[in-house]
Design a protein around this ligand. Sequence first.
Ligand code: PLP
Length: 466
Amino acid sequence: MTVTESAPEAGASTGARAAHEGILRRQSARESAARTYARALPIVPVRARGLTIEGADGRRYLDCLSGAGALALGHNHPVVLEAIRGVLDSGAPLQALDLATPVKDAFVTELFRTLPPGLAGHARVQFCGPAGADAVEAAFTLVRAVTGRDPIVAFAGAYHGMTAGARAASGHAPDVRVARLPYPQDYRCPFGVGGTEGAELAARWTESVLDDPKSGVPLPAGVIVEPVQGEGGVLPAPDAWMRRMRRITADRSVPLIADEIQTGVGRTGAFWAVDHSGVTPDVMVLSKAIGGSLPLAVVVYHEDLDVWGPGAHAGTFRGNQLAMAAGTATLAHVRENRLAERAAELGSRMLSRLSELERTYPCVGEVRGRGLMIGLEFVDPDGAQGPCGARPAAPALAAAVQRECLHRGLIVELGGRGGSVVRLLPPLTISDEQAAAVLDRLAEAVGAAARSQPGPRGPGRAEPPE
Ligand code: PLP
């Protein structure tokens, strides 16, 4: 596919456009008010390949949402399709609960060979219900069974899913069983210093809360951390802080749970994001890309923790053979083609080009990321600066950038506090030429959104100074 082929097409037939509009109209009349992506992205995908989605109206889009990070190899990658067809043609059962099958055996073998070295030879895996949140809940059940303790420690800004326990750990629903501690970040550092010092203060705070019998936070059953916060606004945790978390938890016999649901399978420039720091977690929760675009979720943990009994965590749809085959093909393709290294290298080139936007537009507060997990935080350039230089978040501007991107045939996601971060999660297979097209469209969209912003000095206040 060339970049020219993926450019938006204006010339869809009237019939196609009417079909597209009809589907969207029926969706808004019939589907829930809780729908999300469908509101910001009024497209009707009918075909997709790699980075490209074709809509029912004939328009083509470069998809940097990638099914919320579930598509490591983009849409309909040939190795994924071949693996799915292989299962379909073999007559294997498609649903197998947690029974042993050759397809599952191959998946576990491939998964285990990718694990951090400290876990690889000693791992156990529990297949969960199909969503990432199922794996998070299973991990909480596991560490509670192991420690006999109840509370979970999570971090401010975290996102772990939408089931009750996962929501509580994400800070959506305050819950006495979950305590939240500061996550290190430079731009909006909770301690107002950022950098190594900010991360050190965050670690010390965690340590003192865990050790102080009067902190109000009892010794937890587990600590759950995203090595890069995704929905929280693309915030990579410093490697040294990750190692501190490992030491702090190990010293107190608290299992460390790494949520690699979004960061896993090469996304951040290492196969697992914990590999950057060399940390071996006790538990890893995995989903999204491990199913090769189909629903699959697992908890992987050290064999010493395997103390729970039969049925401690169950679920009907734990045996999705198509997802396991697609996942095996994806994991193997990423490993054999060194796509994690490719993500690291291309990601850093994309970040340095995007930094030009930060220098040019006062409304681009910070550009950050790791590998092909990239975010641009939009701010109000007229707002007061915080201690680390951060200005007030500008979610409306980020939403305007997302709309301008869509108008130019580019699909991006929003995240961060209040939705002020434009996020890019392109497939790891994206070519240099496609990456350049993504960045061109994004740069144009930022310029257009900045020009159209109303403000005290009228439209254009977010534009670069003369
Ligand atoms: N954990 C992380 C880090 C995620 O990004 C997500 C989803 O975006 C989840 C957990 C929840 O996964 P799911 O939506 O499949 O339940």
